[in-house]
Ligand binder design. Structure first.
Ligand SMILES: *Cc1c(COP(=O)(O)O)cnc(C)c1O
Length: 354
């Protein structure tokens, strides 16, 4: 791919690596590429990060024809730069775009766009422990038209920002509200895609959870509100009586890259992983009778997030005395070890940006 480079005159000042937060500081440059009907993808460029002009009648603003991805670039102790399974994000975005009638692309194009941007921005990849460069690719319709139809023009963009440890005080367990009224996804809908529309519909659940002193929502299946599916931005796993349970990928749950990686590791470590429908009643029962040993969310941003408590209707259960579980900690250490290049990458998951 031919990528034009548009240099900026003055580079931004880099933020303090000890105070990065999440998604606050965008880097100097962004990747942009356009798609037009009859032409396909064209005009790939890396240009100064900044506002873009869109028409007020732009399809995305009204009908949310938009998809996104999220991955990270990690700096190793010896200064190398690693991406983690970027081809999985490429595949998932192709699937998301298909569902939203948006243009696809070869996997290589996606990975190359990210690699080239990361090379330009390599000085932005922080080196403090547990910091990384978060990469946000997204595609959206740009056509100016209020008619509801498949748009005829799109943009593919990639922006990035250095991020700190997701939990600056260390990984503390979170309190989760099981949502028993609102739903996130149903079969035939867009639950398996990473699209902005899914998130817009989920914010009310998040607001309600926070009002009840919880930090996350656990979504149940959209038909019976009976089976556990996933958390706001993470897949979720439970260790019950020594076995692992997580919802199957059948159209409503987002197929997480972290979820897939953790399942591989758990099976290698000899755990039985049940990708099955676990009812919230069975979950609460396991919490009460002490067989729910650990629970954790999985996602790129936080990697592994231990759950300390589930609140469901008038009931609640505390998991592992509100402390991070032994297996949860071991998984966190091992997976982040691979991502930051401190563990042997025996699965071939990392990809060095040269
Ligand atoms: C992105 C996302 C996840 C986690 O996926 P990863 O590839 O592991 O980052 C889980 N659930 C939802 C709804 C998501 O949007």
């Amino acid at each position: 791919m031919d990528i034009k480079f548009v240099k900026r005159d003055v580079l931004k000042e880099k933020p303090d690596q000890k105070n990065l937060g999440f998604g606050k500081y965008m880097t100097d440059y962004m990747f942009v590429m356009d798609w037009d009907q009859g032409i396909g993808w064209h005009d790939a460029r890396i240009e100064p990060y900044g506002p873009i002009e869109i028409n007020p009648s732009c399809v995305t603003l009204h009908y949310a024809q938009e998809t996104f991805e999220g991955l990270k670039a990690y700096r190793t102790k010896d200064g190398r730069i690693l991406l983690f399974r970027p081809e999985m994000n490429a595949k998932r975005m192709i699937t998301s775009n298909e569902r939203l009638c948006m243009p696809g692309f070869p996997e290589d194009m996606f990975v190359e766009a990210i690699e080239e941007l990361v090379k330009v921005e390599k000085d932005w990849i922080p080196s403090e422990p547990e910091t990384s460069l978060y990469i946000r690719p997204f595609v959206f319709a740009t056509e100016a038209s209020l008619g509801v139809h498949q748009a005829i023009s799109y943009k593919f963009m990639v922006i990035c920002c250095p991020v700190g440890a997701y939990y600056p005080e260390g990984i503390n367990p979170v309190k989760i509200l099981v949502e028993d009224e609102l739903v996130r996804a149903v079969q035939g809908g867009t639950g398996f895609t990473k699209c902005g529309g899914n998130y817009a519909a989920s914010i009310l659940g998040q607001v309600r959870a926070e009002a009840k002193g919880c930090t996350q929502v656990l979504w149940l299946d959209g038909v019976n509100r009976k089976y556990v599916e996933e958390v706001g931005t993470m897949n979720i796993m439970f260790k019950i009586n020594g076995e692992i349970y997580t919802a199957p990928i059948e159209g409503t749950v987002l197929p997480g890259v972290t979820r897939d990686s953790i399942i591989h590791i758990l099976k290698d470590w000899g755990y039985k992983v049940n990708e099955t429908h676990l009812s919230v009643d069975d979950l609460m029962k396991a919490g009460h009778d002490g067989t729910l040993e650990e629970s954790f969310g999985t996602g790129t941003a936080a990697v592994i997030s231990p759950v300390g408590e589930f609140v469901y209707k008038d009931d609640s259960v505390v998991v592992n005395d509100f402390k991070i579980g032994e297996l949860t900690q071991r998984l966190y250490d091992y997976l982040t070890g691979i991502q930051w290049g401190n563990e042997e990458d025996k699965y071939g998951w990392t990809r060095e940006v040269l």
